[in-house]
Design a protein around this ligand. Structure first.
Ligand code: PLP
Length: 371
């Protein structure tokens, strides 16, 4: 028997979450963001659940080729655009739409020979200060791009830094929306503004966004947890990580558990040893002290980790679960067989990170199935 650990990708949950994002912005088109191998879910595995989107957005040209290989003929957008001039040849060949965020990318396009003109997304740095043209140089970039025979259509685009929270105590996106609206005033073309958080928290009509770009919400994680959880947003976990108990131990008061003796029993306890560790992508810093553990579901019942996460194992409290033992299924995140849900956000917060990082970090050695 292979080591009893498994990740499951839930096609129906992906479909549901996409529809949920669409419902939040009913007049907008939806990019399914599938960068980082569909946030760790696997592009090929997530494809069926996400094909109801209007297009796929990603970073890596290799990932774009994989989407075309799946038979997708619709739009594909490179969110960081081309990394070197040669990449434009693949854009022409595969009909990829690409972001233009710097003047070098305009130079490359101006020198590119293509039969079919390209659809481009012109990115404004409206305040995040990563990619894009500053508002004062945006219009001249648009004018230059618009004059190129290589360009068919320009969509106006920006990205928010604080759509999931307030910024300095104020509305998190207002300053960027104002900068964007002012610099794009009377420029023609569609607009693309919202990531998951903005799509769910702000009205697409008010933002006048023609294309939303949800990533994390599709995979069933709430960007603004703990303010709102996935139940609040009506999202479903798209990935379940589960493993089995492979041993149990009885503890007496004073007995410690695992490396560093980070947990010490204060009463008689029974613990289960689970076949999942940090080499599987479970975060090593997830809390397992006496004061705080990280939630798990044992046969669908909530419990918590005790002791440090090691490479191949974690230990969980089964004192109050007399029927739990070797072979019991422990859900590390996602949905248990009895329907109970443990959102990846609840685990992430105990590891001082976000659901994004955990799903992207699912390790190669974990077998994955699609349901
Ligand atoms: C990753 C990304 C998104 C999706 O962000 P989420 O927070 O996962 O919804 C949207 N737009 C751009 C430009 C991105 O890079």
């Amino acid at each position: 028997m292979p080591r009893p650990i498994l990740a499951t990708i839930h096609t129906a949950a992906l479909r549901h979450n996409i529809e949920r994002c669409r419902a939040a912005a009913p007049d907008a088109k939806v990019w399914a963001v599938v960068k980082a191998n569909a946030y760790g879910h696997g592009i090929e595995r997530a494809f069926d659940g996400l094909r109801g989107a209007d297009g796929f957005a990603l970073l890596d040209l290799e990932e774009a080729q994989r989407i075309r290989a799946l038979g997708w003929r619709g739009p594909i957008l490179l969110l960081e655009g081309c990394f070197e001039p040669r990449d434009l040849e693949l854009c022409s060949r595969l009909g990829l739409w690409h972001t233009i965020h710097c003047s070098e990318q305009i130079d490359w396009l101006a020198a590119h020979k293509t039969h079919e003109p390209h659809r481009v997304f012109l990115k404004m740095n409206s305040g995040m200060n990563r990619l894009g043209f500053k508002p004062y140089s945006y219009r001249s970039a648009w004018t230059r791009l618009n004059a190129l025979t290589q360009v068919e259509e320009i969509t106006l685009m920006t990205h928010f830094s604080d759509a999931d929270a307030k910024r300095f105590g104020q509305d998190g996106i207002a300053h960027q929306v104002a900068a964007f609206n002012e610099a794009t005033q009377d420029l023609p073309g569609e607009r693309s503004l919202s990531n998951s958080a903005a799509s769910l928290r702000y009205s697409a009509d008010a933002l006048r966004t023609d294309w939303i770009r949800p990533g994390i919400a599709q995979y069933g994680s709430s960007t603004d947890y703990p303010e709102h959880d996935i139940a609040h947003w009506d999202l479903q976990p798209a990935m379940t990580l589960q493993a089995q108990i492979i041993a149990t131990q009885d503890l007496q008061p004073g007995d410690s558990v695992g490396y560093g003796s980070a947990f010490v029993a204060e009463k008689p306890m029974r613990i289960g040893v689970v076949a999942c560790g940090y080499a599987d992508g479970y975060p090593r810093i997830a809390k397992g002290t006496n004061a705080q553990g990280t939630p798990v579901l044992v046969d669908g019942i909530r419990s918590r980790t005790v002791g440090r996460v090691s490479m191949d194992m974690i230990t969980v409290d089964i004192t109050d679960l007399p029927s739990a033992g070797i072979g019991s299924t422990v859900t590390l995140w996602g949905r248990a067989a009895n329907g109970a849900v443990l959102s990846i956000d609840e685990v992430a917060i105990q590891a001082q990170t976000v659901g994004y990082e955990l799903m992207c970090a699912l390790a190669q050695r974990v077998p994955v199935v699609v349901d």
